[in-house]
Design a protein around this ligand. Structure first.
Ligand SMILES: Cc1cc2nc3c(=O)[nH]c(=O)nc-3n(C[C@H](O)[C@H](O)[C@H](O)COP(=O)(O)O)c2cc1C
Length: 450
């Protein structure tokens, strides 16, 4: 999974050149030059979704201090909606004041719920103005507790499911089982508010190292209903899914799931007990079947812990400032990531899967996504950084069948830098001058006082 650092920049002028590179690297890259399947409707839990193009959850770090959507938050979702995405997956939204990953993360509470209702209405209205009544995007909100990555005013009280030597410099306080029961209830309360706000679905975020996902890999958490054997590690996720299904029956439940963490056993999920970082999908596949049985309507497959193995879930050319270049060619990471989604899709064909990791492909992601969908490797093609950069990609595909190369994401990591600094995050290259000036201001060397 890792090797020598690679700083090979994207240099492919044609799709054929990209495919030749994939062949030279020995990786599978599905391909279909007929991209019309991306614009076909699909079904999620009985609700029609107008096309197969999904805006992935992308934190903008621009909520009000109370956690309500701010002006830039509204701008982002209106752009995704008027840009034509059929599925809009709203970013990580905390279910608890103390569970926010940054002070400007969204927080769904009784106080902020009316502002979420306005955000949903404005998002739907933006889609309707551009595409009419028949194009009603499917809106999912990602509910989360940031766990060990929570950045609250009282940092000293950060807690983890269990000590993870790959992520923690020193042991953190461990959540008690009773506290985790309370976290489950907080998810249910937030799901009720999400239904009232008009979302079609809630995602119980189970990826990227945040609390619900962290527990999936909590092999070393001892004497707990939430740690050790698989059934215990899956208890929080499954408990939330079942409770939301029971208490909020009209709301669909989705899960964004890490298929593998890239953190060695016994500190990660989807890794082989026998061999360090080797992927083992036995448990992720089993979990997908359990989610199907529990009534989960939609899956979104990701991988890795962003601060530990960023290339695994977010293939890039240029790393964030000060970090190492990717340890493998990004095309290897792209192929692995879409392959992980395909493995889960084959396990639960009845649950549509959103494929992750296409943005690095620039203007060539549509034929790769079309190849994925025609092969049944996923039902939706998700764009994360690509949606920040090019929110109207779907509209361009509808109008012309191809993308405008000058609007595509270039995998430069500047959006991640903005998020890490805690500044409002967006595309500092394509969404100019708004985010380029924020990026310049945030990364300028501090001026010394005269
Ligand atoms: C600035 C930024 C914010 C992100 N926010 C979220 C988030 O809120 N929830 C989530 O599950 N993933 C988040 N991600 C990960 C993306 O959804 C996506 O999985 C990743 O960027 C890879 O997809 P891509 O190649 O299309 O960008 C974020 C990524 C970036 C760069």
């Amino acid at each position: 999974m890792t090797g020598q650092p690679v700083s090979d920049r994207f240099q492919y002028k044609t799709a054929d050149a990209l495919r030749r590179k994939a062949a030279a690297l020995g990786v599978d890259l599905p391909f279909d030059s007929d991209v019309r399947i991306l614009l076909e409707a699909a079904d999620v839990g009985g609700r029609r979704v107008p096309n197969r193009l999904a805006a992935q959850p992308m934190e903008g770090c621009d909520a009000t201090p109370e956690g309500a959507p701010g002006d830039l938050t509204t701008r982002r979702y209106e752009r995704f909606a008027s840009g034509g995405s059929g599925l809009i997956w709203f970013e990580a939204t905390s279910v608890a004041a103390g569970g926010r990953a940054n002070p400007r993360q969204l927080f769904l509470s009784a106080d902020t719920a009316p502002a979420f209702r306005r955000l949903v209405d404005l998002t739907r209205a933006a889609a309707g103005r551009r595409f009419g009544d028949r194009h009603e995007p499917y809106l999912v909100v990602q509910l989360t507790h940031s766990g060990r990555f929570s950045r609250t005013a009282d940092e000293g009280r950060r807690k983890a499911a269990c000590f993870n030597p790959h992520l923690d410099r020193e042991p953190l306080t461990e959540w008690t089982d009773a506290e985790l029961d309370g976290v489950r209830d907080a998810f249910v309360d937030a799901a009720l508010l999400a239904a009232g706000a008009g979302f079609d679905a809630v995602d119980i975020k189970a990826c990227h190292g945040y609390l619900v996902h962290e527990l999936l890999g909590a092999h070393t958490r001892a004497n707990s209903r939430y740690g050790g054997p698989f059934e215990h590690r899956a208890r929080l996720l499954m408990g939330i899914v079942s409770a939301v299904r029971a208490h909020v029956p009209g709301l669909a439940v989705a899960v964004r799931l890490n298929a593998t963490d890239g953190v060695p056993y016994p500190y990660g999920f989807g890794v082989s007990p026998a061999a360090g970082l080797a992927i083992d999908l036995t448990e992720p596949r089993r979990l997908a079947r359990m989610l199907l049985d529990a009534g989960c309507a939609l899956l979104n497959v990701s991988a890795g812990i962003p601060t530990f193995v960023p290339h695994l879930g977010r293939p890039f050319d240029r790393p964030v400032a000060g970090a190492a270049p990717p340890p493998e060619h990004p095309l290897v990471s792209v192929s692995r990531l879409i392959g992980l989604g395909a493995a889960i899709q084959s396990e639960v064909p009845a649950v549509p899967v959103v494929a992750t990791g296409l943005s690095w492909l620039r203007q060539f992601w549509p034929p790769v996504a079309a190849g994925l969908l025609t092969r049944g490797m996923a039902v939706f093609a998700g764009l994360g950084r690509g949606a920040f950069a090019y929110p109207d990609a779907a509209a361009d595909l509808m109008a012309r069948g191809v993308l405008d190369q000058t609007k595509c994401c270039i995998a430069c990591s500047r959006c991640t830098e903005l998020m890490r600094i805690g500044t409002a995050a967006g595309c500092a290259v394509r969404d100019h001058p708004l985010y380029s000036s924020l990026h310049r201001a945030a990364t300028a060397p501090a001026r010394s006082a005269p």
